[in-house]
Design a protein around this ligand. Structure first.
Ligand code: FSO
Ligand code: SF4
Length: 553
């Protein structure tokens, strides 16, 4: 096993990365190897899919399979080796189908279909020892002795950006939104990696290209969420319990939450959001359910305490799952791409077992004190008061905007983001998204002329809102995004954040403060390249960074 895809990776050895029996997230080496192998198999599907699509014989079902299976390999999503074995078998069957489509389309045009090599020719071994024996060729550092750490790091950057893109595209896909451009872009990116590229400039240029692709995906996801559930509206969310039976829903998948709400209608069971599900309260068609009672707990890394104390069942719909403790192991369920060995998985959208568990468990015996967090400042809500915001900037009432967001996590150094947000001057507005906000979203930031100083744009999945707002402000002031009084402080944990970062770089956004540490797979030379080309900064002291941002403006 070697895995260095996330911020939690082991940095204590000579070479960074989780190796040995267990990664820092709890992923065991066998599961890690199977994940690598699944990605290898998926690259093989992509090799044929690109050719089939070129011949006007796309297989969109295969493209959907690519999105969902790549999603299972993101950090803190799926730890279940049996699920990966099943996905590997399915991947081989999907590859065979896409290959047949390609061959048929080629022959129909009088072309001679070419058999492909590398991942496209991969046949999974029939048993676990055989599969684990095949994993070496799929390791993320395969070929490093030949190509060196810079190329290995760039390939990793490419792969992890694709992982983030697949996750976001999957969320849109389950809501019925997809685009040929996105399917084709994902297939091309994976097929490119299947060729083991060695040109650093090309890899870097293509990584920026993936940033553009991710922008299209974020737009698609925004359309999926708002098209299905309405545009987010400012909403005060209760963050203390009410008496009664209870279900807790975590992760990012709004469709699963909607299904749980629908299936618990008129049962007397209250539904609470956890972690990245908090912004769901802002969507009109979700908040219309009166039993969407509130938000419970903190960011994902607090789940072992939050879930243990919650008096009902828990549903994990996407990242980030941590090993369930014995205290709640029998009442946590997974859905979609998520999995943990021995934890019940609901694959068909029928949440009856969850409802049954809620009835059998005690629920909350009394109401907590009334406390609220305000969410729902998606692009529509913010842009509907754009004139007020622009006027406040012109009058000098708003001096600066800070976007403080991204992932939270257990590694040290993340108090930086709370210090940064809380240290922003009174005449500045703090925009936030992702789970990093739990470090400061219960603080009363006050208002500037009726405009809240803290605007929660939503999940990390709602990055498109941030880009739309920044673009609208830049248009209004007749300048570029970099000329706005706007500074970004981004916190990253996993691969979706990598895709978002590349999108911002692709848009030419400079001087982003990134932390708490930089990705371990980026060598010092690659970091220098990003610093030189994009003005990327590693977070330092929060007070100093805020002051420097104000000085630059
Ligand atoms: Fe957080 Fe986890 Fe949304 Fe990530 S819950 S860390 S970038 O998976 O997805 O922000
Ligand atoms: Fe380590 Fe992160 Fe990989 Fe888990 S996902 S094994 S913590 S690098």
């Amino acid at each position: 096993m070697l895995c260095f895809q996330c911020e939690q990776t082991d940095r204590t050895g000579e070479v960074p990365g989780c190796a040995g029996a267990l990664g820092n997230c709890g992923k065991d080496s066998g599961t890690s190897d199977l994940q690598d192998l699944l990605l290898y198999a998926v690259k093989g599907i992509a090799q044929y899919a690109v050719r089939a699509r070129d011949l006007d014989a796309p297989d969109d079902e295969a493209a959907g399979f690519i999105l969902s299976s790549v999603f299972t390999t993101l950090t803190n999503v799926n730890f279940s080796p049996t699920r990966f074995v099943a996905l590997l078998r399915e991947a081989a069957a999907v590859r065979d189908r896409v290959r047949a489509r390609y061959e048929e389309a080629a022959r129909a045009r009088g072309l001679d279909p070419r058999p492909l090599s590398g991942p496209a020719a991969f046949e999974p071994a029939p048993d676990m020892p055989g599969l684990l024996g095949q994993a070496a060729v799929a390791r993320v550092d395969h070929g490093i002795a030949l190509v060196g750490p810079d190329i290995t790091g760039l390939r990793a950057l490419h792969l992890y950006a694709l992982k983030g893109i697949c996750a976001y595209a999957h969320h849109a896909h389950v809501l019925g939104r997809h685009s040929e451009k996105v399917f084709a872009g994902v297939e091309e990116g994976l097929a490119y990696l299947a060729e083991s590229p060695t040109d650093a400039n090309e890899l870097l240029a293509r990584a920026v290209g993936l940033g553009h692709l991710n922008l299209a995906v974020m737009e698609l996801l925004d359309a999926a969420n708002t098209g299905t559930y309405g545009a987010q509206q400012p909403t005060a969310v209760r963050c203390t319990p009410v008496a009664g039976k209870a279900i807790l829903v975590s992760g990012h998948d709004l469709k699963d939450l909607a299904a749980v709400l629908e299936q618990t209608k008129d049962t007397g069971i209250n539904v609470y959001t956890h972690g990245e599900m908090l912004p769901a309260h802002g969507y009109p068609l979700l908040k219309a359910y009166p039993h969407l009672a509130g938000n419970y707990g903190g960011a994902w890394q607090d789940q072992q305490k939050d879930f243990a104390e919650f008096p009902g069942p828990v549903l994990m719909t996407s990242n980030c799952i941590i090993e369930p403790h014995a205290r709640y192991r029998r009442r946590i369920f997974t859905a979609g791409p998520v999995g943990w060995p021995g934890v019940r998985h609901i694959a068909n959208g029928d949440f009856t077992p969850l409802v049954r568990a809620a009835r059998a468990l005690p629920g909350f015996t009394e109401d907590g004190p009334e406390q609220f967090i305000t969410v729902g400042f998606g692009r529509d809500a913010v842009l509907s008061v754009a004139d007020d915001v622009i006027g406040a900037v012109r009058r000098g009432d708003i001096r600066h905007f800070f976007l403080v967001g991204g992932c939270d996590g257990p590694t040290p150094g993340r108090d930086y983001y709370a210090d940064f947000a809380l240290g922003a001057p009174r005449d500045s507005v703090v925009l936030t998204l992702g789970c990093a906000k739990y470090r400061f979203n219960r603080h009363d930031f006050g208002e500037i002329g009726g405009i809240p100083r803290l605007l929660d744009l939503g999940q990390c999945n709602d990055t498109y809102s941030a880009i739309a707002i920044a673009s609208a402000l830049a248009d209004a002031f007749g300048c570029g995004i970099n000329d706005l009084p706007l500074t970004l402080a981004l916190s990253w944990t996993e691969q979706k954040a990598v895709a978002v970062l590349l999108t911002l770089l692709a848009l030419g956004v400079r001087n982003i403060h990134l932390g708490p540490t930089l990705p371990a797979y980026l060598t010092p030379a690659l970091v220098q390249e990003l610093v030189d080309r994009f003005g990327l900064r590693v977070v330092g002291d929060a007070g100093t960074d805020v002051a420097a941002a104000l000085e630059r403006a």
